[in-house]
Design a protein around this ligand. Structure first.
Ligand code: NAD
Length: 491
């Protein structure tokens, strides 16, 4: 099973103020989820080191924010180049620490990281201020009237804490760091404990590209402490992607200091399949919950809401799809479903499946742990006869599990789709474009895909309800790291 990665073998250190720093609390093991072998030791930062990193980012903020956007864009482009040169060593490393299949590792884990840096390097060069038409103001006791001009200028927020989840460590980091730096902020990155190694190694590219010391810092730790200390430190904004309960805790802490928030949280994506849908297309989209990164993606259409007329056909085809997928060594060419990130995550998925069993769901496919010598595997699992109030319909699996509910009319489908505390990404499959649009507009969800699970990276991305606050994506992601400043003058 899964040969050890062939990438770098070295000790990892924190990156603070442009220096490589030994962690004051030693190290902890990062485990390959497929082999259960240690990939390497990651640094365990002390709280004082997290405070140091924030201090370095604070000191770097003034000069960095005053550089021209073109200069910042040029440095980000150099960073993308330096990162791309490292892909041959970073792809195996990120594969080993995440357990991603090679296809996912090479595309979404690394290439998408470079794409994000290049895109925000470009966007840095565009003008994001908003010129407003002059406004005629009357004479008042406050000031003389006349034509008053105004500009809505975008200013950087300051020091941004970038706290990321384990599913796509480099890509999630890039989605925060690239726009934050492009806008003139400085950052302290805190990757997930399970797989921080490639993000630590990424700092070598930052060094090579010549970013000024303190503009980009990385701290790591095995538990919640590092992230907590970072949120409490002297930062101006938290950009967090992760689970809703942790996001809520962060918002409470950040609220005391009025720190700005971008929160990309959990999801329980509904996939409504109408009776006029192309069922094969719907199956391919829904099946991505199994076939893409073992369902460890917040946007997965994991909760199918099927019209009664197509339910049986849909379930039959989904079952055939799930049975066809090879589960196993992520390094093998024909593997589609690799492990989930950790024993703890597999335990969570299995416990939630047990609740479905007790509630009376029918397990059409999966439900048993795959027979493997090693690794944290969950078989692609399909549950039918699910009721919306059950835990399996309300809580995130973040694993390769699809549940199916049934509806009879459009209003019921919309009510079921909206009937969870989440609102991140929903899907509609229908042959009627008018209906697709009508339903999309009724979904309380930040993103809706009509007949596709494909993305448009220029579109705003984020959640309604407990799925988050604020928007990533394209220019919206850039603006998220800015404060609007009004500048007015008499004409
Ligand atoms: P998590 O919430 O457990 O951890 C995310 C990060 O927060 C990690 O770096 C962790 O160390 C840190 N953290 C933990 N406790 C903290 C605290 N008290 N203060 C500050 N930081 C703290 O999430 P996870 O298990 O790594 O990732 C899975 C979750 O992420 C799922 O809920 C998934 O839906 C969500 N997710 C959302 C999106 C999105 O864009 N909306 C994308 C990917 C993942």
């Amino acid at each position: 099973m899964g040969a050890e990665h062939t990438g770098r073998q070295q000790s990892y250190r924190l990156f603070i103020g442009g220096e490589w720093v030994e962690p004051s609390k030693g190290g902890y093991a990062v485990v390959n989820p497929a082999t259960e072998q240690v990939v390497a030791e990651a640094p365990e930062a002390g709280v004082d080191q997290i405070v140091d990193a924030v201090g370095a980012a604070r000191a770097a903020f003034g000069p960095w924010s005053r550089r021209s956007p073109a200069e910042r864009g040029e440095l980000l482009m150099k960073l993308a180049d330096a990162f791309e040169r490292r892909i041959p060593e970073l792809a195996p490393l990120v594969q080993a620490e995440t357990g991603a299949t090679m296809r996912v590792a090479q595309t979404l884990q690394v290439m998408q990281c470079a794409v994000r840096f290049r895109r925000y390097a470009q966007l840095a060069n565009e003008d994001h201020d908003i010129a407003l038409p002059p406004s005629v103001m009357p004479n008042t006791a406050l000031a003389k009237g006349g034509l008053i001009g105004a500009l809505a200028a975008r200013q950087p927020v300051g020091v941004v804490a970038c706290i990321t989840p384990y599913n796509f460590p480099l890509t999630n980091m890039a989605g925060k760091v690239a726009p934050a730096l492009a806008m003139g902020n400085t950052v302290v990155v805190k990757p997930a404990p399970q797989d921080p190694l490639a993000v630590l190694a990424f700092a070598e590219a930052v060094e090579e590209a010549g970013l000024p010391p303190g503009v980009f810092n990385v701290v790591t730790g095995s538990g919640a402490e590092a992230g907590q200390a970072l949120v409490e430190a002297d930062i101006d904004m938290v950009s967090f992607t992760g689970s809703t309960p942790v996001g809520q805790r962060i918002a409470e802490t950040a609220g005391r200091g009025m720190k700005r928030l971008l929160l990309e949280l959990g999801g329980k994506g509904a996939g409504i399949v109408f009776d006029d849908a192309d069922v094969t297309a719907a199956v391919a989209g829904i099946g991505s919950t199994w076939s893409f990164h073992s369902g460890q993606i917040c946007t997965a259409p994991t909760r199918v809401i099927a019209h009664r007329a197509v339910h049986d056909q849909l379930v039959e085809q989904l079952a055939a799809y799930a049975r066809y997928l090879k589960v196993g060594d992520p390094l093998a060419d024909d593997t589609i479903v690799g492990p989930v990130i950790s024993q703890l995550q597999r335990d969570r998925v299995e416990a939630l499946l047990d609740s479905g069993r007790q509630d009376g769901a029918e397990f059409v496919v999966g439900g048993q742990r795959p027979e493997m010598e090693r690794g944290y595997y969950v078989a692609p699992t399909l549950l039918t006869g699910v009721r919306n109030e059950w835990r399996v319909a309300q809580e995130e699996f973040f694993g390769p599990v699809v549940v199916v509910e049934t509806f009879d009319d459009e209003d019921e489908a919309v009510a079921l789709a909206n009937g969870t505390p989440f609102g991140l990404y929903d899907y509609v499959w229908t042959g009627d474009g008018v209906r697709g649009y009508r339903v999309a507009r009724q979904l309380r969800s930040g993103n809706v895909g009509i007949n596709t699970v494909q993305r448009n990276h220029e579109a705003p991305f984020g959640g309604f309800k407990l799925s988050g606050v604020g928007r990533d994506g394209g220019v919206f992601g850039l603006h998220a790291y800015s404060e609007l400043q009004s500048i007015v003058w008499p004409s």
